[in-house]
Design a protein around this ligand. Structure first.
Ligand SMILES: NC(=O)c1ccc[n+]([C@@H]2O[C@H](COP(=O)([O-])OP(=O)(O)OC[C@H]3O[C@@H](n4cnc5c(N)ncnc54)[C@H](OP(=O)(O)O)[C@@H]3O)[C@@H](O)[C@H]2O)c1
Length: 263
């Protein structure tokens, strides 16, 4: 007897997330399509139904405690836990100031990290967590000071959270460039997500839960814009592939085009 796997995908209503939902549903996974606005999730579910794919739309604004706890409760009580969590939801705001830095890091890093903390205890053994990162989070795009702090082998979760908060503070104080930070809250958030991937991979290994990061490439979506060379389905390919890697596979790695890349 095979038991159907369950996946939660954040930001599943459009763009790359919608294609991740499609790919996982096609592979026979029960997909919970998380959407900031329930109506948008339901609309996306109707879209997938046209191709004969059934998914469960759920309201999941990753910044809202009530949405996160409702999904965790349903996952535990109704689905017997989950096998796959895809952290796809993100924002990339125009411009750069303290407000952009605060808002971007609070969605792209902190809310993603908190959701993962809350859901990881109900990821069943053999399951996997996939982060959707970006090439803009690659270490080599950052100054030596920043690289050293994020790649420090002694980095802890507390220190990582504090580093991201200190970036926001430095932007507020107008000192971020002097401290070696870039003027990209999106890049800092994705760099932090890659660091988090490695920390969680280590912490969750004893429970047989793998954690990997992915980069979809430059993809034609609302975020990526119309000049991007890749379709959303092409961007989703490596994410779906990583989500379906068999248990015992790699953990704590970063992949693009189904191949490992240096973080
Ligand atoms: N497109 C690219 O070229 C590219 C390149 C590298 C990495 N990525 C990454 O790929 C992922 C998907 O990006 P995309 O291009 O598909 O972007 P997109 O079309 O802008 O979609 C973003 C998704 O995230 C959702 N979202 C935003 N804030 C949320 C919140 N607080 N709670 C829940 N969902 C929220 C959006 O929901 P709403 O519809 O409600 O706004 C939407 O479903 C992101 O992590 C992005 O950083 C994209």
């Amino acid at each position: 007897m095979t038991t159907q796997r369950t996946a939660i995908v954040t930001g599943g209503n459009r763009g790359i997330g919608l294609e991740v939902c499609r790919g996982l549903a096609r592979a026979g996974v029960q997909v919970v399509l998380g959407a900031r606005e329930l109506a948008a999730g339901q609309e996306a579910a109707r879209e997938l139904a046209k191709s004969g794919l059934t998914v469960l739309p759920r309201k999941l604004d990753i910044t809202l405690e009530e949405d996160r706890s409702a999904i965790a409760r349903e996952a535990r009580d109704a689905w017997g836990g989950i096998e796959i969590l895809v952290n796809n939801a993100a924002i990339d705001l125009r411009g750069f100031d303290a407000n952009v830095a605060r808002t971007t890091t609070s969605v792209d890093y902190f809310a993603t990290a908190i959701l993962t903390d809350e859901l990881s205890p109900i990821v069943n053994s053999g399951g996997t967590i996939v982060m959707v990162s970006s090439g803009l989070g690659a270490l080599d795009g950052f100054s030596e000071e920043i690289r050293a702090q994020f790649s420090d082998p002694a980095l802890t979760r507390e220190r990582l959270d504090a580093l991201v908060s200190s970036f926001v503070r430095a932007v507020e104080e107008g000192t971020h460039e002097r401290q070696g930070w870039p003027s990209s809250a999106y890049g800092v958030s994705k760099l932090a997500l890659n660091a988090l991937t490695r920390l969680l991979a280590h912490d969750l290994a004893p429970r047989g839960v793998r954690v990997n990061s992915t980069c979809p490439g430059w993809v034609k979506t609302r975020m990526g814009g119309n000049s991007a060379p890749r379709t959303a389905a092409e961007g989703a390919d490596t994410i779906v592939w990583a989500a379906l890697l068999p248990s015992g596979g790699p953990s704590g790695r970063w992949f693009r085009d189904r191949s490992e890349i240096p973080w």
